[in-house]
Design a protein around this ligand. Sequence first.
Ligand code: NAD
Length: 371
Amino acid sequence: MNIHKLSLQLAAENYPIIIGTGLIGEAGGEVHLPHFRAKTGVLITNETVAGLYLEAAQEFFRRAEYDLQPIVIPDGEQYKNREVLFSLYEQMFEAGLQRDSFVCALGGGVVGDLAGFAASTYMRGLDLVHLPTTLLAQVDSAIGGKNGINLPVGKNLIGTFYQPRAVISDVNLLATLPDDEFFSGLGEVVKYALIVGNDFVSFLEMNFREIMERVPKILANMVHYCCRIKADFVARDEKEQLGVRAILNLGHTMAHALETVFAYQEMKHGLAVAKGLAFAALVSLEAGTLSENEFRQVMELFRLFELDVSPPPAVDDEQLLTVMMRDKKMTAESLNMILLRSIGQPFLYSKVSRELLQAAFAKWRSGMAAG
Ligand SMILES: NC(=O)c1ccc[n+]([C@@H]2O[C@H](COP(=O)([O-])OP(=O)(O)OC[C@H]3O[C@@H](n4cnc5c(N)ncnc54)[C@H](O)[C@@H]3O)[C@@H](O)[C@H]2O)c1
Protein backbone atom coordinates (compact mmCIF):
# COMPACT_ATOMS: atom_id res chain seq x y z
CA MET A 1 0.00 0.00 0.00
CA ASN A 2 1.26 3.39 -1.01
CA ILE A 3 -0.31 6.09 1.16
CA HIS A 4 -0.42 9.90 1.25
CA LYS A 5 -2.11 11.79 4.04
CA LEU A 6 -3.06 15.39 4.37
CA SER A 7 -5.28 17.41 6.60
CA LEU A 8 -7.83 20.00 5.54
CA GLN A 9 -7.51 22.68 8.22
CA LEU A 10 -10.60 24.80 8.70
CA ALA A 11 -11.33 27.39 11.38
CA ALA A 12 -13.64 25.07 13.33
CA GLU A 13 -12.41 21.60 12.37
CA ASN A 14 -9.79 19.54 10.55
CA TYR A 15 -10.28 16.36 8.65
CA PRO A 16 -7.97 13.90 6.96
CA ILE A 17 -7.75 13.20 3.25
CA ILE A 18 -6.12 9.83 2.71
CA ILE A 19 -5.00 8.84 -0.78
CA GLY A 20 -3.50 5.50 -1.61
CA THR A 21 -3.34 2.28 -3.55
CA GLY A 22 -5.39 -0.63 -2.22
CA LEU A 23 -6.93 1.31 0.68
CA ILE A 24 -10.38 -0.23 0.30
CA GLY A 25 -9.64 -3.67 -1.10
CA GLU A 26 -6.66 -4.64 1.06
CA ALA A 27 -6.74 -5.43 4.76
CA GLY A 28 -5.21 -2.58 6.74
CA GLY A 29 -6.77 0.33 4.85
CA GLU A 30 -9.59 0.52 7.38
CA VAL A 31 -7.24 1.92 10.03
CA HIS A 32 -7.66 5.26 8.26
CA LEU A 33 -11.37 5.40 9.05
CA PRO A 34 -12.20 7.99 11.70
CA HIS A 35 -13.87 6.94 14.91
CA PHE A 36 -17.63 7.18 14.57
CA ARG A 37 -19.83 7.33 17.65
CA ALA A 38 -22.20 4.63 16.38
CA LYS A 39 -21.36 1.32 14.75
CA THR A 40 -24.15 1.65 12.20
CA GLY A 41 -24.85 3.76 9.18
CA VAL A 42 -25.70 3.68 5.50
CA LEU A 43 -23.50 3.32 2.48
CA ILE A 44 -24.94 5.27 -0.45
CA THR A 45 -23.81 4.27 -3.92
CA ASN A 46 -25.20 3.80 -7.42
CA GLU A 47 -26.01 0.69 -9.46
CA THR A 48 -22.76 0.74 -11.46
CA VAL A 49 -20.44 1.27 -8.52
CA ALA A 50 -22.41 -1.22 -6.39
CA GLY A 51 -21.74 -3.92 -9.00
CA LEU A 52 -18.03 -3.21 -8.81
CA TYR A 53 -17.20 -2.20 -5.25
CA LEU A 54 -20.11 -2.53 -2.84
CA GLU A 55 -18.95 -5.84 -1.41
CA ALA A 56 -15.37 -4.65 -0.98
CA ALA A 57 -16.55 -1.41 0.65
CA GLN A 58 -18.85 -3.23 3.07
CA GLU A 59 -16.01 -5.55 3.97
CA PHE A 60 -13.73 -2.54 4.47
CA PHE A 61 -16.16 -1.16 7.09
CA ARG A 62 -16.74 -4.59 8.64
CA ARG A 63 -13.01 -4.90 9.27
CA ALA A 64 -13.32 -1.73 11.35
CA GLU A 65 -16.40 -3.20 13.05
CA TYR A 66 -18.91 -0.90 11.39
CA ASP A 67 -22.04 -2.35 9.90
CA LEU A 68 -23.40 -0.35 6.98
CA GLN A 69 -26.67 -0.88 5.15
CA PRO A 70 -26.41 -0.20 1.45
CA ILE A 71 -28.69 2.23 -0.37
CA VAL A 72 -28.34 1.96 -4.13
CA ILE A 73 -29.57 4.76 -6.39
CA PRO A 74 -29.81 4.83 -10.21
CA ASP A 75 -26.72 5.97 -12.13
CA GLY A 76 -26.68 9.38 -13.80
CA GLU A 77 -26.63 13.13 -13.36
CA GLN A 78 -30.38 13.20 -14.11
CA TYR A 79 -30.93 11.44 -10.76
CA LYS A 80 -29.26 14.19 -8.74
CA ASN A 81 -32.74 15.48 -8.05
CA ARG A 82 -35.31 15.97 -5.31
CA GLU A 83 -37.10 12.65 -5.98
CA VAL A 84 -33.96 10.61 -5.38
CA LEU A 85 -33.02 12.83 -2.44
CA PHE A 86 -36.35 12.20 -0.73
CA SER A 87 -36.14 8.47 -1.48
CA LEU A 88 -32.77 8.60 0.32
CA TYR A 89 -34.34 10.23 3.37
CA GLU A 90 -37.03 7.53 3.43
CA GLN A 91 -34.47 4.73 3.18
CA MET A 92 -32.35 6.38 5.87
CA PHE A 93 -35.41 6.39 8.09
CA GLU A 94 -36.16 2.73 7.31
CA ALA A 95 -32.53 1.87 8.10
CA GLY A 96 -33.18 3.24 11.59
CA LEU A 97 -30.50 5.92 11.49
CA GLN A 98 -30.06 7.88 14.70
CA ARG A 99 -28.35 11.20 15.37
CA ASP A 100 -25.04 9.41 15.94
CA SER A 101 -25.23 7.20 12.84
CA PHE A 102 -23.08 8.00 9.82
CA VAL A 103 -23.29 8.13 6.05
CA CYS A 104 -20.72 6.88 3.58
CA ALA A 105 -20.76 8.12 -0.03
CA LEU A 106 -19.22 5.55 -2.38
CA GLY A 107 -19.15 6.86 -5.94
CA GLY A 108 -18.44 9.78 -8.23
CA GLY A 109 -19.53 13.38 -7.85
CA VAL A 110 -23.22 12.63 -8.32
CA VAL A 111 -23.35 10.14 -5.43
CA GLY A 112 -21.08 12.37 -3.33
CA ASP A 113 -23.19 15.49 -3.87
CA LEU A 114 -26.47 13.69 -3.15
CA ALA A 115 -25.24 11.70 -0.16
CA GLY A 116 -23.42 14.77 1.20
CA PHE A 117 -26.57 16.86 1.02
CA ALA A 118 -28.69 14.07 2.54
CA ALA A 119 -26.15 13.66 5.37
CA SER A 120 -26.07 17.40 6.04
CA THR A 121 -29.84 17.71 6.30
CA TYR A 122 -31.15 14.41 7.72
CA MET A 123 -31.75 14.85 11.47
CA ARG A 124 -29.94 18.19 11.12
CA GLY A 125 -26.71 16.54 10.10
CA LEU A 126 -25.06 13.13 10.37
CA ASP A 127 -21.38 12.27 10.18
CA LEU A 128 -20.17 11.74 6.64
CA VAL A 129 -17.25 9.94 5.03
CA HIS A 130 -16.44 10.11 1.34
CA LEU A 131 -15.02 7.16 -0.59
CA PRO A 132 -14.75 8.79 -4.03
CA THR A 133 -14.49 6.41 -6.99
CA THR A 134 -14.00 8.71 -10.01
CA LEU A 135 -10.91 10.77 -10.74
CA LEU A 136 -13.08 13.89 -10.75
CA ALA A 137 -14.45 13.08 -7.31
CA GLN A 138 -11.01 12.21 -5.88
CA VAL A 139 -9.38 15.43 -7.07
CA ASP A 140 -12.31 17.76 -6.74
CA SER A 141 -15.90 17.07 -5.74
CA ALA A 142 -15.22 15.04 -2.57
CA ILE A 143 -12.89 17.75 -1.24
CA GLY A 144 -14.13 20.99 0.26
CA GLY A 145 -17.60 20.24 1.56
CA LYS A 146 -19.86 21.41 -1.26
CA ASN A 147 -22.84 19.22 -2.04
CA GLY A 148 -26.21 19.61 -3.66
CA ILE A 149 -28.89 18.60 -6.07
CA ASN A 150 -30.16 20.01 -9.35
CA LEU A 151 -33.51 21.64 -10.00
CA PRO A 152 -35.19 21.39 -13.40
CA VAL A 153 -34.29 25.07 -13.90
CA GLY A 154 -30.61 24.76 -13.05
CA LYS A 155 -27.72 22.73 -11.73
CA ASN A 156 -26.61 22.60 -8.07
CA LEU A 157 -29.19 25.22 -7.03
CA ILE A 158 -29.89 23.53 -3.69
CA GLY A 159 -26.97 22.62 -1.47
CA THR A 160 -24.95 23.26 1.65
CA PHE A 161 -21.36 23.49 2.76
CA TYR A 162 -20.90 20.42 4.93
CA GLN A 163 -17.50 18.94 5.66
CA PRO A 164 -16.99 15.17 5.91
CA ARG A 165 -15.14 13.51 8.81
CA ALA A 166 -12.72 12.03 6.28
CA VAL A 167 -12.10 11.47 2.58
CA ILE A 168 -10.53 8.14 1.67
CA SER A 169 -9.45 7.85 -1.97
CA ASP A 170 -8.28 4.50 -3.29
CA VAL A 171 -6.79 5.10 -6.74
CA ASN A 172 -6.98 1.36 -7.51
CA LEU A 173 -10.73 1.90 -8.01
CA LEU A 174 -9.94 4.13 -10.98
CA ALA A 175 -8.87 1.07 -12.99
CA THR A 176 -12.47 0.37 -14.01
CA LEU A 177 -13.36 3.96 -14.85
CA PRO A 178 -14.47 4.38 -18.49
CA ASP A 179 -11.98 6.41 -20.57
CA ASP A 180 -14.26 9.43 -21.02
CA GLU A 181 -14.72 9.65 -17.24
CA PHE A 182 -10.97 9.41 -16.71
CA PHE A 183 -10.38 12.22 -19.23
CA SER A 184 -13.11 14.24 -17.53
CA GLY A 185 -11.12 14.03 -14.27
CA LEU A 186 -7.96 15.03 -16.14
CA GLY A 187 -9.71 18.26 -17.17
CA GLU A 188 -9.79 19.26 -13.48
CA VAL A 189 -6.21 18.04 -12.99
CA VAL A 190 -4.98 20.36 -15.76
CA LYS A 191 -6.96 23.18 -14.12
CA TYR A 192 -4.89 22.73 -10.94
CA ALA A 193 -1.70 22.77 -13.01
CA LEU A 194 -2.71 26.08 -14.60
CA ILE A 195 -3.51 27.50 -11.18
CA VAL A 196 -0.26 26.57 -9.41
CA GLY A 197 2.22 26.12 -12.29
CA ASN A 198 5.83 25.10 -11.59
CA ASP A 199 6.21 21.83 -9.68
CA PHE A 200 2.88 20.36 -10.60
CA VAL A 201 3.25 21.20 -14.31
CA SER A 202 6.68 19.53 -14.28
CA PHE A 203 5.22 16.50 -12.49
CA LEU A 204 2.53 16.15 -15.16
CA GLU A 205 4.99 16.62 -18.01
CA MET A 206 7.36 14.02 -16.57
CA ASN A 207 4.69 11.45 -15.76
CA PHE A 208 2.04 11.87 -18.44
CA ARG A 209 2.60 8.38 -19.91
CA GLU A 210 2.19 6.65 -16.56
CA ILE A 211 -0.82 8.83 -15.83
CA MET A 212 -2.47 7.86 -19.13
CA GLU A 213 -1.69 4.21 -18.38
CA ARG A 214 -3.19 4.72 -14.90
CA VAL A 215 -0.17 3.46 -13.00
CA PRO A 216 -1.57 3.43 -9.43
CA LYS A 217 1.49 4.81 -7.64
CA ILE A 218 1.69 7.78 -10.01
CA LEU A 219 -2.06 8.34 -9.86
CA ALA A 220 -1.83 8.45 -6.07
CA ASN A 221 0.89 11.13 -6.33
CA MET A 222 -1.19 13.09 -8.80
CA VAL A 223 -4.40 12.92 -6.73
CA HIS A 224 -2.38 13.92 -3.65
CA TYR A 225 -0.99 16.99 -5.45
CA CYS A 226 -4.51 18.04 -6.53
CA CYS A 227 -6.02 17.53 -3.08
CA ARG A 228 -3.22 19.57 -1.51
CA ILE A 229 -3.96 22.44 -3.86
CA LYS A 230 -7.71 22.28 -3.35
CA ALA A 231 -7.37 21.89 0.43
CA ASP A 232 -5.16 24.97 0.54
CA PHE A 233 -7.72 27.14 -1.29
CA VAL A 234 -10.64 25.76 0.75
CA ALA A 235 -8.78 26.29 4.04
CA ARG A 236 -8.29 29.95 3.19
CA ASP A 237 -11.88 30.59 2.11
CA GLU A 238 -14.16 27.74 3.21
CA LYS A 239 -17.44 29.27 2.07
CA GLU A 240 -16.18 31.05 -1.05
CA GLN A 241 -16.67 34.52 0.42
CA LEU A 242 -13.21 36.05 0.14
CA GLY A 243 -12.47 35.58 -3.55
CA VAL A 244 -9.76 32.98 -2.78
CA ARG A 245 -11.72 29.76 -3.39
CA ALA A 246 -13.23 31.44 -6.49
CA ILE A 247 -9.85 30.97 -8.22
CA LEU A 248 -10.75 27.27 -8.41
CA ASN A 249 -13.49 28.33 -10.84
CA LEU A 250 -10.88 28.84 -13.56
CA GLY A 251 -12.48 27.49 -16.75
CA HIS A 252 -15.90 27.13 -15.15
CA THR A 253 -17.68 30.15 -16.68
CA MET A 254 -17.56 28.57 -20.13
CA ALA A 255 -17.89 25.04 -18.69
CA HIS A 256 -21.21 25.91 -17.03
CA ALA A 257 -22.47 27.55 -20.22
CA LEU A 258 -21.55 24.43 -22.24
CA GLU A 259 -23.20 22.15 -19.67
CA THR A 260 -26.35 24.28 -19.77
CA VAL A 261 -26.55 24.46 -23.56
CA PHE A 262 -25.75 20.77 -24.00
CA ALA A 263 -28.04 19.61 -21.17
CA TYR A 264 -25.76 18.10 -18.54
CA GLN A 265 -25.76 14.48 -19.64
CA GLU A 266 -24.18 15.23 -23.01
CA MET A 267 -21.18 17.18 -21.76
CA LYS A 268 -19.16 15.62 -18.95
CA HIS A 269 -18.16 18.16 -16.33
CA GLY A 270 -14.37 17.82 -16.59
CA LEU A 271 -14.47 17.75 -20.39
CA ALA A 272 -16.49 20.98 -20.32
CA VAL A 273 -13.90 22.37 -17.88
CA ALA A 274 -11.06 21.51 -20.30
CA LYS A 275 -12.78 23.50 -23.05
CA GLY A 276 -13.53 26.24 -20.52
CA LEU A 277 -9.84 26.42 -19.58
CA ALA A 278 -8.83 26.82 -23.22
CA PHE A 279 -11.44 29.53 -23.59
CA ALA A 280 -10.22 31.33 -20.45
CA ALA A 281 -6.71 31.20 -21.92
CA LEU A 282 -8.01 32.72 -25.16
CA VAL A 283 -9.80 35.51 -23.27
CA SER A 284 -6.57 36.12 -21.33
CA LEU A 285 -4.66 36.33 -24.62
CA GLU A 286 -7.23 38.77 -26.05
CA ALA A 287 -7.20 40.86 -22.86
CA GLY A 288 -3.41 41.08 -23.18
CA THR A 289 -2.70 39.43 -19.83
CA LEU A 290 -1.26 36.17 -21.24
CA SER A 291 1.57 36.11 -23.77
CA GLU A 292 1.39 34.04 -26.97
CA ASN A 293 4.26 31.94 -25.70
CA GLU A 294 2.45 31.12 -22.43
CA PHE A 295 -0.74 30.46 -24.36
CA ARG A 296 1.11 27.84 -26.44
CA GLN A 297 2.39 26.21 -23.23
CA VAL A 298 -1.19 25.98 -21.94
CA MET A 299 -2.26 24.28 -25.18
CA GLU A 300 0.68 21.89 -24.88
CA LEU A 301 -0.75 20.56 -21.60
CA PHE A 302 -4.06 19.76 -23.28
CA ARG A 303 -2.21 18.02 -26.13
CA LEU A 304 -0.18 15.95 -23.69
CA PHE A 305 -3.35 14.61 -22.07
CA GLU A 306 -5.26 14.28 -25.34
CA LEU A 307 -7.97 16.63 -24.10
CA ASP A 308 -10.17 17.98 -26.86
CA VAL A 309 -10.41 21.71 -26.30
CA SER A 310 -11.77 22.64 -29.71
CA PRO A 311 -15.01 24.62 -29.68
CA PRO A 312 -18.13 22.45 -29.71
CA PRO A 313 -19.26 22.19 -33.35
CA ALA A 314 -23.03 22.41 -33.29
CA VAL A 315 -23.69 25.34 -31.03
CA ASP A 316 -24.53 28.96 -31.57
CA ASP A 317 -21.84 31.17 -30.02
CA GLU A 318 -24.38 33.89 -29.20
CA GLN A 319 -26.40 31.33 -27.24
CA LEU A 320 -23.31 30.44 -25.18
CA LEU A 321 -22.54 34.13 -24.68
CA THR A 322 -26.04 34.80 -23.46
CA VAL A 323 -25.84 31.96 -20.95
CA MET A 324 -22.43 33.23 -19.77
CA MET A 325 -23.70 36.79 -19.34
CA ARG A 326 -26.64 35.44 -17.35
CA ASP A 327 -24.10 33.78 -15.07
CA LYS A 328 -24.21 34.95 -11.47
CA LYS A 329 -20.74 36.42 -11.83
CA MET A 330 -22.03 39.21 -14.11
CA THR A 331 -21.92 42.81 -12.96
CA ALA A 332 -23.78 45.62 -14.78
CA GLU A 333 -21.99 45.58 -18.12
CA SER A 334 -19.19 43.08 -17.74
CA LEU A 335 -18.50 39.61 -16.47
CA ASN A 336 -16.24 38.40 -13.65
CA MET A 337 -13.98 35.66 -14.91
CA ILE A 338 -10.81 33.98 -13.68
CA LEU A 339 -8.07 34.67 -16.23
CA LEU A 340 -4.36 33.91 -16.42
CA ARG A 341 -1.35 36.20 -16.29
CA SER A 342 0.79 33.13 -16.84
CA ILE A 343 0.70 29.47 -15.90
CA GLY A 344 0.52 29.57 -12.10
CA GLN A 345 -0.84 33.13 -11.97
CA PRO A 346 -4.64 33.13 -12.13
CA PHE A 347 -6.54 36.26 -11.13
CA LEU A 348 -10.08 37.58 -11.03
CA TYR A 349 -10.77 39.94 -13.93
CA SER A 350 -13.97 41.91 -13.48
CA LYS A 351 -14.02 43.69 -16.83
CA VAL A 352 -14.77 40.90 -19.30
CA SER A 353 -16.97 42.63 -21.87
CA ARG A 354 -19.19 41.00 -24.47
CA GLU A 355 -16.77 42.29 -27.16
CA LEU A 356 -13.84 40.58 -25.46
CA LEU A 357 -15.76 37.30 -25.29
CA GLN A 358 -16.75 37.61 -28.96
CA ALA A 359 -13.13 38.20 -29.97
CA ALA A 360 -12.06 35.12 -27.98
CA PHE A 361 -14.82 33.10 -29.64
CA ALA A 362 -13.59 34.19 -33.07
CA LYS A 363 -10.05 33.00 -32.22
CA TRP A 364 -11.46 29.72 -30.85
CA ARG A 365 -13.47 29.13 -34.02
CA SER A 366 -10.41 29.89 -36.14
CA GLY A 367 -8.75 26.83 -34.63
CA MET A 368 -6.35 28.62 -32.29
CA ALA A 369 -7.11 26.25 -29.42
CA ALA A 370 -7.31 22.77 -30.82
CA GLY A 371 -5.84 20.73 -28.00
N1 NAD B 1 -19.31 19.19 -4.81
C1 NAD B 1 -18.38 19.70 -5.58
O1 NAD B 1 -17.51 20.45 -5.13
C2 NAD B 1 -18.36 19.33 -7.04
C3 NAD B 1 -17.25 19.68 -7.83
C4 NAD B 1 -17.24 19.26 -9.17
C5 NAD B 1 -18.30 18.51 -9.67
N2 NAD B 1 -19.34 18.21 -8.87
C6 NAD B 1 -20.45 17.39 -9.35
O2 NAD B 1 -19.95 16.09 -9.63
C7 NAD B 1 -20.77 15.46 -10.61
C8 NAD B 1 -19.90 14.79 -11.64
O3 NAD B 1 -19.15 13.81 -10.98
P1 NAD B 1 -18.41 12.64 -11.78
O4 NAD B 1 -17.69 13.23 -12.93
O5 NAD B 1 -17.67 11.85 -10.79
O6 NAD B 1 -19.63 11.85 -12.42
P2 NAD B 1 -20.53 10.61 -11.90
O7 NAD B 1 -20.68 10.65 -10.47
O8 NAD B 1 -21.76 10.66 -12.75
O9 NAD B 1 -19.66 9.35 -12.31
C9 NAD B 1 -19.37 9.14 -13.66
C10 NAD B 1 -19.71 7.72 -14.10
O10 NAD B 1 -18.69 6.83 -13.65
C11 NAD B 1 -19.28 5.71 -12.96
N3 NAD B 1 -18.28 5.28 -12.00
C12 NAD B 1 -17.96 5.85 -10.82
N4 NAD B 1 -16.90 5.25 -10.27
C13 NAD B 1 -16.54 4.27 -11.11
C14 NAD B 1 -15.50 3.31 -11.10
N5 NAD B 1 -14.56 3.30 -10.15
N6 NAD B 1 -15.44 2.42 -12.12
C15 NAD B 1 -16.35 2.46 -13.13
N7 NAD B 1 -17.33 3.37 -13.21
C16 NAD B 1 -17.43 4.26 -12.20
C17 NAD B 1 -20.55 6.28 -12.42
O11 NAD B 1 -21.46 5.25 -12.13
C18 NAD B 1 -21.01 7.18 -13.55
O12 NAD B 1 -21.65 6.43 -14.55
C19 NAD B 1 -21.66 16.56 -11.16
O13 NAD B 1 -22.94 16.42 -10.64
C20 NAD B 1 -21.04 17.84 -10.65
O14 NAD B 1 -22.00 18.86 -10.44
C21 NAD B 1 -19.39 18.58 -7.56
